[in-house]
Ligand binder design. Sequence first.
Ligand code: SRM
Ligand code: SF4
Length: 570
Amino acid sequence: MAETNGRSKVEEIKERSDFLRGTIREGLGEAVTGAISESDSQLTKFHGIYLQDDRDLRPERRRKKLERAYIFMARTRLPGGRLTPAQWLAFDRIAGDFGNGTLRLTTRQSFQFHGIIKSNLKRTIQGINEALLDTLAACGDVNRNVMCSPNPDLSAAHAEAYALARTVSDHLAPRTRAYHDLWIDGEQVHDGAPGAAVADDEPIYGRAYLPRKFKIVIAVPPDNDVDVYAHDLGFVAIVEDGKVAGYTVTVGGGMGMTHGEVDTYPRLAEVLGFCTPAQVVEVAEKVVMVQRDFGDRGNRKHARLKYTIADRGLDWFRAEVERRLGWTLQPARPFAFERTGDRFGWARDEGGRWHLTLFVEAGRIKDVPGRALRTGLREIAKVHDGAFVLTPNQNLVIAGVGARKKREVERLMAEHGIGGRLGGLRLNAMACVALPTCGLALADAERALPGLIGELEQVMEKAGLRDDEIVLRMTGCPNGCARPYLAEIGIVGKDAGVYNLYLGGAFQGHRPNRLYRADVARDDLTPTLAPLIEAYARERRDGERFGDFVIRSGDIPEPTGAPEEFHRAP
Ligand code: SRM
Ligand code: SF4
């Protein structure tokens, strides 16, 4: 959007919106179009709702002189990704009644409903609300869904991370009543939730909210499943003598960039300091407020916290946060990650209950011939008395299963063709949604991934690497929604059927990859990667990861994370 008086147009829209109302109500009632106005579509994001259109239908609609096939996407706020079986069943119904019949698990532990037409939008949000969940602040220039290492049942540290994710999420949720006025007709969602405020006031955000989106994660080492370095603010649990002593705080990560614009770049978060569990909420609030006051409100491509810190320096940022806290952060405490991604299969907790981490290809829950994933999970939800937990990698944990129920879950999975032995590459692959719903997609990702993995699996199989884990992430544009710049193999859409190929990210998620080949045609991806995978099988050292190997073997120089590396191949 254009800039006015040095501020981006979105800034004006937010400020004049009467705390995120705009003319959304009027727009929803407008029957002559399936869309809403451009300015209202900026505001609905704060309510977790995006205006989209089916891009596959664009040419035909244009030929017939029809407006685009407008649809809406709704994203839930689901801190820590946990929901009950009853909530799963409600979401499954909503997807069938109002969406496109699929549920989409996201890279941030949440759900997206796609394909909602305007006349069904309010009923969709009300249905989510009736399940005691909401879509507030799932998108927009506010703190988004707070992620944490999934499954609070796994350890005391996981339980604390989950409780904190919920507390931080509620604390930083917008206080405006607009969400309830517009979608729920003034009714309150649930106790303690943001809807509890009576008058419109935004003590943390102010009328213009943040300059840009803001993302928080909580990690429990040795798993870096939340990809802590990709986010604006991270808390890494430091467990000492079996207890969480506190959190090492990281700031300034982000993935998005624009092809060819060297002023935009992915950036890894840096370590800020250490705080106790009781200080986490206050630290999060002050970090958000510093970004509120110093983030760039003129250029949305330069408005994330990563640029504020890159421009002003980490020491300046720490001093500004500490000034507002009125106390100083402790020196950061060390931590070690073993991996990103998820650990699949059944695991048993100390109390004897079982937890199944299930692979969901590109996060899409749907029925296909021979594999009725949506129906199977619905049947499991009907008998399951534990919880479902979405992972930060588009997968799903069926959590808290008793020994007897475990057999029933296994039977239902087998009956619906769910499960089976999958290769290490597929299990560690993610793809963003991209076409046909994402308005920013330049190429396919979710639709292209299964075929590409199928080809690469043949190469892996031949090379004897079937079960070896390699992290591959694919996106339809450089915005980085599947965090491709942290993958060992990153594939980023450039144009229809054309991708930039990035290599050399660390399996543990602490080192970015760098551009290896630009403008690779979809059909050339496998021939380009095959010799590298074969060389890896022949020449790797004991325990050496693919990302480390391509650097050691000189295929690419060691990435430094410098901005130009993401734009220029060696
Ligand atoms: Fe994203 C925009 C999908 C995680 C960086 N992202 C979008 C939109 C809403 C397109 C739009 O603005 O019109 C996409 C909707 C596609 C669709 O049809 O559904 C979209 N992003 C997604 C999801 C669904 C990808 C997925 O396949 O799972 C993820 C939803 C997460 C959630 O539940 O909240 C998703 N997006 C991410 C991540 C990963 C993360 O946060 O861990 C990133 C990179 C991290 C970061 O923020 O830096 C990410 N999305 C972006 C950006 C680039 C932001 C930037 O700073 O440049 C955009 C574009 C924008 O904001 O202008 C974007
Ligand atoms: Fe859309 Fe790009 Fe995000 Fe993929 S990475 S969902 S194409 S914005």
